[in-house]
Design a binder for this molecule. Structure first.
Ligand SMILES: *Cc1c(COP(=O)(O)O)cnc(C)c1O
Length: 236
């Protein structure tokens, strides 16, 4: 038998995922349209990404600046987001090429984004990354820090805070992440209720290939899927 092509793999996965997103949304009284599917495209070839875009993918997220820069000119029309850890010295390379940065994990990074946004005369939409599992290995604001962080960062020039993002701890069973997702949703709602200038809690970006259904049930309205869409990554 011939091996399945990457395109066939995507087509099959995309159909299944679309249904699963719809069921997860419906299980909590939402619609499929309430959930934005972002394709996490690290290591995926531009041809496959463009096939995905033609098939209906409207949002893509890249993780590494260098890889993003080498690919972004070749993408068909799509919303480009940055989702990986961003070093401050690389902000200038992407500031005018992405519409949302999910991974703002420190004041220093927010400050640099503000500075470069002013310089390039753009207003940059950002999400604050929350270290919801309080993991040593992860960056991001803690649940305690985030209220103050939103208030302070919302005052930076040329930045708009649009919501929160999280990557919960790695676990064996997606149900184990349910409490982290629920805690994120509570932060999202509580911060939103404060109605601070220059910040609006519109996007709650959480849920990846193994746990997006649970994330949606707990309030995610943007899920970031790589493996579930494109198959296992191969890093050679
Ligand atoms: C790679 C990546 C994803 C997607 O991960 P999968 O498990 O392959 O779905 C989502 N978010 C971020 C920040 C990533 O780096």
């Amino acid at each position: 038998m011939m091996e399945k092509s990457s395109i066939d793999i995507f087509d099959e996965n995309y159909a299944t995922i679309t249904q699963k997103i719809a069921s997860a949304a419906q299980s909590v009284g939402k619609n499929q349209d309430d959930i934005t599917l972002l394709a996490a495209t690290k290591t995926v070839d531009v041809d496959i990404i463009n096939h995905a875009i033609k098939s209906g993918i409207k949002f893509i997220g890249e993780n590494r600046v260098q890889e993003f820069l080498s690919k972004h000119d070749s993408y068909l029309s799509v919303n480009k987001h940055f989702i990986g850890h961003l070093q401050t010295n690389k902000v200038k390379d992407i500031i005018d090429k992405v519409s949302l940065i999910h991974s703002v994990d420190s004041y220093r990074l927010a400050q640099e984004i503000s500075k470069q946004a002013v310089k390039h005369n753009v207003v940059m939409d950002i999400l604050l990354e929350i270290n919801i599992g309080n993991e040593q290995s992860k960056s991001g604001f803690t649940a305690h820090e985030v209220f103050e962080a939103v208030e302070k960062i919302a005052k930076f020039d040329n930045i708009k805070i649009k919501g929160l993002m999280a990557i919960p701890p790695v676990c064996e069973n997606p149900q184990q992440n349910r409490p982290y997702f629920a805690k994120m949703n509570k932060l999202f709602i509580d911060i939103g209720a404060k109605k601070l200038d220059n910040s609006s809690m519109e996007i709650l970006s959480m849920g990846m290939s193994d746990d997006y259904e649970v994330a949606i049930q707990e309030g995610a309205n943007m899920v970031r899927l790589g493996t579930a869409l494109f198959g296992r990554r191969n890093y050679n």
